[in-house]
Design a protein around this ligand. Structure first.
Ligand SMILES: Nc1nc2c(ncn2[C@@H]2O[C@H](COP(=O)(O)OP(=O)(O)OP(=O)(O)O)[C@@H](O)[C@H]2O)c(=O)[nH]1
Ligand SMILES: [Zn+2]
Length: 221
């Protein structure tokens, strides 16, 4: 098969119906140290292929730096051992109204081009029996962001976990993000950004959704 044909076939199959990140069965058999060593080797080959002189003292450390960044930083969220513990508490005070966590930083990476996706998430929920430690919402967003992602799946993964841990469907996740694959290459549109909304339970009602959207639009912290 010619390269161009192969790219076009892959190009028609961006999305899997599953909200799980597509991972190989042996994804975590190798240690992080082994992965860093292998990625370092492969990235060195890429740099060499591009004609870069790896003996230059500014470039010589880049393959290792790149590999460590991939495994330990940008994609730490691929490994379930890094998933944050989502502490919940009994809703003893009986708070039954909406809680909104605004402006949660999104630092992710597009899985089609491996370029940054940057923006913010706004998350709301209506507690029933359980409430969650606020920082755990931010930590969960950070965890799922640190994978090769598409914005739609990112929103769904966050929603799904929060619904499970809070034992309620009454959760909404809104993400506004800029994709560098749209702004810095290809069409190079510097101004556009993408909004995704995922919700369940009481947020299926238009008026509840409107209440949430008004709150996130009004805040000017
Ligand atoms: N739906 C969705 N698409 C995304 C996301 N991130 C990147 N993309 C898109 O994935 C698509 C990949 O399209 P292809 O035609 O295979 O790739 P390409 O030739 O590089 O496309 P161009 O960006 O148009 O140059 C592009 O349209 C990207 O904008 C995302 O989070 N969600
Ligand atoms: Zn992309």
């Amino acid at each position: 098969m010619k390269d161009k044909e192969q790219i076009e076939i892959v190009g028609d199959n961006h999305f899997s119906a599953n909200i799980e990140t597509p991972l190989r069965a042996d994804a975590f058999e190798k240690s992080d140290i082994e992965k860093i060593k292998n990625i370092q080797h492969h990235f060195k080959m890429i740099m060499q292929e591009m004609g870069l002189d790896l003996t230059d003292d500014s470039l010589s450390g880049t393959p290792f730096r790149f590999a460590k960044m991939y495994v330990k930083e940008l994609f730490y969220g691929l490994n379930p051992v890094n998933k944050p513990k989502l502490s919940t508490f009994e809703n003893k005070y009986g708070y039954k109204k909406m809680l909104v966590e605004h402006n949660i930083t999104i630092d992710s990476t597009c899985e089609h081009h491996f370029l940054p996706i940057v923006g913010h998430a706004h998350i709301g929920y209506v507690p029933t029996k359980k409430v969650i430690g606020l920082s755990k919402i931010n930590r969960l967003v950070d965890y799922y962001s640190h994978r090769p992602q598409v914005q739609e799946r990112l929103a769904l993964q966050i929603l799904n976990d929060l619904q499970n841990v809070l034992e309620t469907k009454d959760v909404i996740v809104v993400i506004n993000a800029k994709h560098l694959c749209v702004s810095s290459r290809g069409i190079k549109d510097k101004n556009s950004f993408t909004t995704t909304l995922e919700y369940g339970g009481c947020f299926l009602s238009k008026s509840t959704r409107k209440e949430f959207l008004n709150i996130i639009n009004q805040q000017a912290l």
